[in-house]
Design a binder for this molecule. Structure first.
Ligand SMILES: Cc1cc2nc3c(=O)[nH]c(=O)nc-3n(C[C@H](O)[C@H](O)[C@H](O)COP(=O)(O)OP(=O)(O)OC[C@H]3O[C@@H](n4cnc5c(N)ncnc54)[C@H](O)[C@@H]3O)c2cc1C
Length: 450
């Protein structure tokens, strides 16, 4: 058995590492269009939330496995910050209540602290787990419809450093070969609809063959194979702003605050910077691209990123929403200039579950994507589970969750954790007339961090 894995984000890198261990005599080719870290890959950012707080038990259980490694692995734990996570809402989502019940039942109930009222939520942001309340005067916006809880055993991780650690571990294996190339399309045995997949062809014409091709290209996967109704690439806004040493000191013990009413969240200060982002329905970017097998054109949502549109800021709508939200929770930062903004692309699925499965119609093809805005935290265990699925021995509950499902595309509100509002066509936000994407992707020069 030989393998090609396309994509060196958390899905691809973790899989390469595990398959290399399980098949020491077989070659594993790991391909990415960038030398990692990919500048617009979803797995690459200063922070990602690492939480067991899920409404679905399967993910909480999986996170309990992953958390032990986040905290116990000598190298990985250096990138993990156990800040705690404050999950709250304005009484509308139900997700917070369900997550609280699940973590109470399955995780560490002693690390949970229920909260009621906006005042207590805001106070908690300025309080350490064992420390004193900040004497800040609260305004009258306290609203008893707000409630939530802190899970002091959740936290966040430096996503870029953690992903890079797994990429390095993978390519340090003697049977893993990393190739920088943009995969243009799959190679098929014949022209039949259900043809076997033999490998990939790169944009510069290289043909690479393997017994199994694993597509782990995140939000770009739908450009290589038909994922209609299974995955939709959606853009989410995030922004950074600077804080003074005094502000960093004041907020240094705050938990992450994650408000599921708007979907906005704030990561505690680190190295003089804070990050605010929104987990909502996001943007889609429908573009005509060449059909996956050369049969005319199809329309798919294509990531619009700092690589395709350098120096573009987030849409005004997104910035306004982030600032409106900061005004509620940390008014002193609401008008702070953003030092960097980014639209980062989720690979959304109708139910918020990953898509990890042998392709039902194409022998030789395996799909490992569908992170749905929450895949990063499973980095330490994801490769094991994907490899289990490759070997047809994945536990039944996860197999059921991640299998190929025929769910209509309309059902794409995800797992119930998204903030209010509908999905927006991002090209309308920029008055962008072009509706055709030629499939080409500008490749930046190699990065030197490997
Ligand atoms: C704004 C934002 C916030 C998030 N917050 C959290 C969070 O707090 N907690 C959490 O757990 N998860 C979070 N997620 C989700 C998580 O980051 C993703 O689920 C996860 O990183 C997806 O990993 P991936 O490997 O599928 O994709 P990626 O990391 O995007 O990797 C895909 C790789 O494929 C490569 N590639 C693409 N096309 C090609 C091609 N044609 N040829 C070769 N290579 C190609 C890319 O360069 C890239 O390196 C967030 C995501 C975003 C966008």
């Amino acid at each position: 058995m030989t393998f090609i894995i396309v994509g060196a984000g958390v899905f691809g890198a973790s899989t390469a590492l595990v398959l290399a261990k399980r098949y020491p005599d077989r070659e594993i080719i790991l391909i990415d269009r960038h030398q990692p870290p990919s500048p617009d890959g979803s797995s690459v950012d200063s922070s990602r939330i690492v939480r067991a707080d899920y409404a679905k038990e399967e993910y909480t259980k999986l996170m309990i496995e992953a958390e032990a490694i986040w905290k116990g692995d000598r190298e990985l734990s250096q990138h993990y910050r156990p800040s705690g996570l404050l999950l709250c809402d304005e009484g509308q989502t139900g997700y917070v209540k369900e997550a609280y019940q699940v973590v109470t039942r399955l995780a560490v109930p002693q690390s949970l602290e229920p909260l009621s009222g906006l005042r207590s939520i805001k106070e908690k942001m300025r309080t350490s787990p064992s420390g004193q309340s900040d004497p800040i005067k609260m305004k009258d916006e306290e609203d008893e419809r707000w409630s939530g809880y802190v899970n002091w055993s959740s936290g966040w991780a430096d996503a870029e450093a953690s992903t890079l650690l797994f990429v390095k571990r993978a390519i340090a294996m003697k049977n893993v070969r990393f190739i920088q190339a943009q995969v243009a399309h799959l190679l098929y045995e014949n022209t039949r609809e259900d043809s076997k997949v033999l490998g990939v062809q790169s944009a510069d014409g290289r043909k690479l063959k393997a017994d199994l091709t694993i597509l782990a290209c995140g939000a770009w996967t739908a450009q290589i194979t038909d994922l209609t109704g299974h995955c939709l690439s959606t853009g989410q806004v995030l922004a950074y702003f600077k804080v003074t040493p005094e502000e960093e000191e004041k907020y240094k013990n705050m938990p992450i605050i994650f408000d599921l009413t708007s979907g906005c969240f704030l990561i505690p200060p680190h190295n003089g910077e804070m990050k605010v982002a929104r987990h909502a329905m996001g943007y889609e970017n429908p573009k005509k691209i060449p059909h996956w097998r050369g049969r005319g054109h199809v329309t798919v949502s294509v990531p619009r990123t700092s690589v395709t549109h350098p120096n573009e800021q987030i849409p005004a709508e997104g910035e306004e929403e982030l600032r409106r939200w900061l005004q509620i929770f940390t008014p002193e930062f609401a008008n702070r200039p953003f030092t960097k903004t980014r639209v980062c692309w989720y690979t959304d699925t109708p139910t918020g579950d990953f898509v990890i499965t042998h392709h039902p119609h194409h022998q030789g093809l395996f799909i490992a994507t569908g992170g749905s805005g929450h895949g990063f935290k499973f980095l330490p265990v994801l490769g094991e589970k994907i490899a289990d699925c490759v070997q047809n021995r994945l536990e039944e509950s996860l197999k059921k969750l991640w299998q190929w499902k025929d769910i209509p595309k309309e059902a794409t509100r995800g797992d119930g954790s998204r903030g209010r509002g509908d999905r927006i066509d991002i090209s309308k936000m920029y008055n962008d007339p072009a509706d055709v994407h030629n499939g080409e992707y500008p490749v930046q020069p190699p990065f030197s961090k490997l």
